[in-house]
Design a protein around this ligand. Structure first.
Ligand code: F6R
Length: 607
């Protein structure tokens, strides 16, 4: 996730407006930034590494000349945070500048084709193929606008782009899967990843649709859709959000916004470069001893995936809470050990300490993180960036499901390469993995109303138990952690609720059972749910559509629109979604601020 801002304003130098717009988008990424403008047929570019204020202090981002310009604040996806990799990116002649948010999946093959035609690349980014592609089409004789359309037709993946060219008095904006909105003001036209970026200038908004290419000129704009192959009309709407609400896209809290972002983040995890996952799979497979280390939510992702790795790939990859690692396993770690560290921030002190220790003893370090350029990416031999974009809510949500998706893909690749699953099972698993973003979207949509009602009923409930067995012990632990973190509700998570515990919790407490029909322990879970009811607990069961058995064992059912055929190894992903929302709404109904839980920091970087 990065932030894009562009504008064309009559009789005004736009660089200061772009700088202000980027500041309002800084929450989308902040490892580097840059601007480009056009003035008297020439392109001007400034960019640098670090937060916007720092780069501005060094370079003076607001003094570029021109009434047309684009800017970018970056959250690295391809290529470390360096000046070369910062946006805008330009073509060979320095006449076309492009800013981009998203992932271009086929950039490597496009880059090879373009290099073969003599194009010289300066960065390691996927984005840089775009200006070179446009340049190439223009060399073949197309005008700028036609060249843009032909270039974006060749791209696969997700991309929001703003493009300027020294020979064109205007700007091209493209939307494909990544967000991009136009703002239509009295004196100018704005384009941004998010509405708040231009809200001080206009509240008339045009939401671009996938495939839209808007050509903005001083006298107005027109929109062409490259999927439909024709010009389209998009209706402007006037929004009445406050600037504060707009930053959260209208959601009352970042946490809720991020819960709703999960389908998009999951799609991003399907665009990862398979080569790195395959390298990781092979290194883990050949290790004498393999560990996953992490803290908090990331540890829960490790726990779930260790089940997936042993079930599918028949390989034990021990999940260890990072702070426990050195003391308990450190003495026998060696060159034949593989340590896979999972950390959203890539900066958690305990996780890095385990990594440091294992590295010193010659172990192979692998990493899964959300922050390219973090310490973990510098210490790992191979790492994968989960591409969730910055997570502002302190309680991890979208980064958890993205970790699950990445690690499950790793488990399937391990299983394939170790010959532990047949190609039919593998294909079936990949089909399901590709369905997960849509499945997540419908789970959130269908269950949210019921969860709001349940949360209302649970405002005063004091104690909770979360029960999930096997791979869904991780779901129970993560559901509990969320409720604890943001609603401060004392609660336990367990794989089996016995009579003693149920008796201790007592009448008036609530037990939430995670009951996918694929669970091998289902009968026991249903018996325990009945027992908990006998002890006076209120029992909520999370189950799939059409699950009649669950009804008899519980007081309330949260029915997920998930087919019962969903393989059990994938069930933690849809089943955690209602629990994230439950924690969120209980917190809100208790008058708390879920974005700012007390006693909790987003990442613990000191020991
Ligand atoms: C939970 C939460 C924390 C983190 C933990 C690890 O909602 O956010 O428990 O999961 O601090 O952080 P990372 O993944 O950055 O290493």
């Amino acid at each position: 996730m990065c932030g894009i801002f562009g504008c064309l304003v009559k009789d005004k130098d736009v660089a200061p407006l772009i700088l202000a717009g980027l500041k309002r988008l800084e929450y989308r990424g902040y490892d580097s930034c840059g601007e480009a403008t056009i003035h008297e047929g020439k392109l001007f570019v400034k960019k640098g590494v670090g937060e916007i204020d720092k780069v501005h202090a060094e370079l003076g981002l607001d003094d570029l000349p021109g009434e047309i310009g684009i800017g970018h604040t970056r959250w690295a996806t391809h290529g470390a945070p360096t000046r070369e990799n910062a946006h805008p990116h330009t073509d060979c002649e320095g006449k076309i500048a492009v800013v981009h948010n998203g992932i271009i999946e086929n950039f490597l093959e496009l880059r090879k084709e373009l290099e073969a035609k003599g194009h010289v690349f300066k960065s390691k980014t996927d984005t840089e193929v775009v200006p070179h592609l446009i340049e190439e089409f223009m060399k073949e004789g197309l005008g700028f606008q036609e060249a843009v359309i032909e270039a974006v037709r060749k791209l696969r993946g997700s991309f929001a782009l703003a493009i300027i060219y020294a020979g064109f008095e205007g700007m091209a904006c493209v939307k494909m899967e990544s967000p991009l909105v136009l703002g239509v003001g009295r004196d100018g036209i704005y384009v941004a990843s998010d509405i708040p970026a231009f809200l001080p200038y206009t509240n008339v908004v045009i939401q671009l649709k996938d495939g839209d290419v808007a050509f903005i000129r001083p006298d107005g704009f027109r929109i062409y859709n490259f999927i439909k192959g024709r010009e389209v009309k998009r209706k402007p709407r006037t929004i009445d959000w406050s600037a504060d609400m707009a930053e959260r896209e209208g959601y009352p809290h970042f946490m809720l916004k991020e819960i709703h972002e999960q389908p998009r983040c999951l799609k991003n995890t399907l665009r990862l470069d398979r080569r790195y996952l395959t390298m990781m799979a092979d290194l883990i497979s050949s290790a004498e001893e393999a560990f996953m280390v992490a803290c908090g939510t990331s540890y829960h992702a490790c726990l779930a995936s260790s089940y997936a790795m042993s079930r599918l790939a028949k390989k034990a990859v021990h999940p260890v809470i990072a702070s426990e690692f050195v003391e308990n396993y450190g003495s026998f770690v060696g060159p034949r050990t593989v340590l896979l560290a999972v950390s959203q921030s890539g900066e958690t002190a305990d996780t890095l300490e385990a990594v440091r220790h294992a590295r010193e003893r010659g172990a192979t370090i692998l990493g899964v993180t959300n922050v390219l350029g973090s310490k973990l990416t510098r210490m790992a031999r191979v790492y994968v960036c989960q591409q969730s974009g910055p997570e502002i809510g302190v309680a991890a949500t979208k980064t958890y499901t993205a970790q699950l998706s990445v690690l499950t893909q790793l488990a399937v690749i391990m299983a394939e390469r170790r010959g532990k699953i047949g190609h039919v099972e593998a294909e079936d698993l990949w089909d399901w993995i590709h369905k997960l973003p849509d499945l997540a979207e419908s789970v959130i949509e269908v269950t949210e109303k019921d969860i709001i009602r349940l949360a209302e009923e649970h405002v005063g409930v004091e104690k909770f138990a979360f029960v999930g067995s096997g791979i869904n012990l991780a779901t129970a632990l993560e559901g509990r952690l969320k409720l604890l973190e943001i609603a401060y509700a004392p609660s336990i998570a367990t794989s089996s609720l016995d009579g003693v515990t149920a008796g201790c919790l007592g009448k008036g407490s609530t037990a939430i059972f995670v009951c996918p029909s694929s669970s091998p322990d289902r009968k026991r879970l249903l018996d325990e749910a009945c027992m908990a009811r006998d002890h006076g607990l209120n029992v909520i069961a999370l189950a799939e559509e059409g699950d009649e058995e669950v009804k008899e064992a519980s007081d309330e059912q949260l029915v997920l629109p998930v087919p019962p055929e969903l393989p059990e190894v994938l069930s933690p992903l849809p089943f955690i979604l209602p629990l994230q929302m439950f924690a969120y709404y209980v917190s809100v109904k208790r008058g708390l601020n879920p974005d700012k839980p007390r006693n909790l920091a987003k990442s613990v970087t000191v020991k």
